[in-house]
Design a protein around this ligand. Sequence first.
Ligand code: ADP
Ligand code: MG
Length: 142
Amino acid sequence: MTVTTNSEAETEEAAIDLAATLSPGAVVLLYGDLGAGKTAFTRGLALGLGVDAADVSSPTFTIMQEYRGGRVPLYHVDLYRLNDPREIEDLGLDEIAADGVLAIEWAEKIDGAGRYGRATRVRITHGEGDARTITVSGLTNP
Ligand code: ADP
Ligand code: MG
């Protein structure tokens, strides 16, 4: 599925739609340059799951943030600052996130591990101005 959005709010809307289809154990891998809208999309996932999304931002010093209070917990990971594959391994993401939806920004950093064969992949690319093209592929649930 491919959609083009023209504002941050529209990107959130696209994510809200996806969130409605997600159940515990679902993994959403996010790809795209800095400023593409990965965090905005994750905020939409939070909204869609019923989590208070006001404070969904890129986790700068913490690798992972957990948002509860919604239909399903949301675990938000940003791998931007992680470069050592072992460090990523040590996060133990698989166990942590089994009961919720796991959203991972900069997922290209773990693609080599081939561990998320059943994930939903969200690729966001910049167009002119505020235009973004969002392509969603793969299974939505484990
Ligand atoms: P990333 O996490 O991919 O680095 P962010 O979601 O943090 O990106 O930032 C996206 C930036 O682009 C925000 O400043 C947002 O307001 C802006 N923006 C403009 N148009 C869009 C759009 N169509 N979708 C998402 N973000 C947009
Ligand atoms: Mg981000």
